[in-house]
Design a protein around this ligand. Structure first.
Ligand code: HEC
Length: 397
């Protein structure tokens, strides 16, 4: 998989597309977003209107043979067969797009695509290589290859711990046996809850945010930061005392403003974390909190350590989510989650690393049409992958 992960031409191409389409002044002297310094460092940009970038974009040439090679490696893990290479190379120009597209579709329907998806989802979910963890990647791969909605990752109530027969290339649906009454896709999955077990369940919350929203915390920003008398400004839209802290009896002071504003991140995080408290370090749901506070004596973390009495759990400000199925439904309805899904597909096709870890952010404009189509088509990820691998940006070099 690693041999062509970074195609330098493609990096440049993506950067160009990103800058040109986002209307970014590329030569501001700052670091390139993905650390690629090949293009855009010349300081003699005399075309601030972006024409230079449009020209460069226009100079790209469609090369279906080169695109086929990369698509085959990503989608099947193998080089295209000779007969496929010749089908594209020998097709009359007018038919090349269709021949190429039909091969991409065939790769997506190939059993080797299943294998690729399992590996890709292990990477993406940062989960795998133990049976219980693998079943999370199997669920995601099964949802993808069977053309089910991506949102099933967050909402599936049954079959969330499938098994996979590598020889036959088939999944067998199975329910997770971790004490959960109503499942919510990967949110209630024992593998996820075991792997990301931590103090106050915050690592699970971080995983939810980074995997599905593609950004690190803080996740919510107020229009105007507030000066509440500390060294740091409070920049979250949540009421400051909607989370626990010194001002309302929390044992960890999330109201601290002496160096950083804890509440900038924890206003969102504390409204989600109580939903994950009762999963133990094996990912099994218990009837009481299973996570600890990182203070003397490591006491068990209680809901009152996160939120004052009566404050509901929530995905975002104004989106109360009383349980994990509600959280999954709220996330499934959040356009930021669909955008993240498409950005991950795009980065994979273009050979980029993890969107959060490497900050290879995809400007929204570049993938706006694909996001719209994804939502309109019922969030079928397989269709979104087809759209990305047949897009102009993928087949032009
Ligand atoms: C930039 C966002 C951000 C800010 C600001 C922030 N946190 Fe956190 N905090 C996180 C994230 C993300 C985690 C989970 C890290 C992980 O486990 O991967 C976390 C974890 C924690 C934990 C659990 C640590 C453990 O032992 O696992 C505590 C306690 C905590 N934060 C308290 C605070 C306090 C108190 C402040 C202010 C002094 C603060 N945080 C500021 C994002 C933030």
């Amino acid at each position: 998989m690693s041999s062509i992960k970074e195609n330098p031409m493609r990096s440049i191409r993506t950067l160009l597309a990103a800058f040109a389409l986002a209307g970014v002044a590329a030569c501001g002297g700052g670091a390139e977003p993905n650390g690629d310094d090949t293009v855009g460092d010349d300081d003699d940009d005399t075309n601030p209107d972006g024409d230079e970038w449009d020209d460069l974009l226009d100079q790209r040439e469609t090369d279906y043979s080169a695109a086929l090679r990369i698509a085959a490696l990503r989608l099947t893990g193998e080089l295209p067969k000779l007969v496929e290479i010749k089908a594209v190379a020998d097709a009359p120009a007018a038919q090349q797009p269709d021949v190429y597209a039909s091969l991409v579709q065939a790769y997506l329907d190939d059993p080797r695509f299943t294998r690729q998806m399992i590996a890709w989802w292990k990477d993406t979910l940062k989960l795998g290589d133990a049976a219980m963890l693998d079943s999370a990647a199997y669920l995601a791969a099964q949802i993808t290859v069977e053309g089910r909605p991506y949102t099933d990752l967050l909402t599936a109530a049954t079959g969330t711990c499938p098994t996979y027969d590598a020889g036959a290339g088939t999944f067998t649906a199975a329910d997770c046996q971790n004490g959960v009454a109503v499942h919510a896709g990967l949110l209630t999955h024992p593998g996820m809850n075991a792997q990301f077990y931590s103090n106050m369940a915050f690592r699970r919350v971080r995983w939810v945010q980074e995997t599905f929203a593609c950004t690190a915390f803080p996740a919510e920003l107020a229009e105007e930061p507030q000066d509440l008398g500390g060294a740091a400004l409070y920049a979250s839209p949540w009421p400051f005392t909607s989370i626990a802290g010194a001002q309302n009896g929390g044992r960890v002071d999330f109201h601290d403003l002496s160096a950083v504003a804890c509440a900038n991140c924890h206003s969102t995080m504390n409204h989600i974390a109580p939903l994950f408290l009762n999963f133990d370090d094996q990912g099994a749901l218990q009837t009481t909190s299973q996570v600890m506070l990182p203070v003397d004596g490591s006491p068990i973390a209680e809901p009152a350590d996160f939120l004052p009495a009566g404050e509901p759990t929530a995905w975002r400000l104004g989106v109360a989510t009383p349980d994990l199925p509600a959280l999954g439904a709220a996330m499934a309805a959040d356009p930021a989650i669909a955008e993240c899904a498409i950005a991950r597909a795009w980065n994979w096709a273009m050979g980029k690393g993890d969107i959060v870890d490497t900050l290879t952010v995809v400007p929204r404009d570049v993938i706006a049409q694909q996001i719209t189509d994804f939502a309109a088509g019922g969030h079928v990820y397989k269709d979104a992958l087809f759209a990305v691998f047949t897009s102009d940006d993928f087949v032009k070099f």
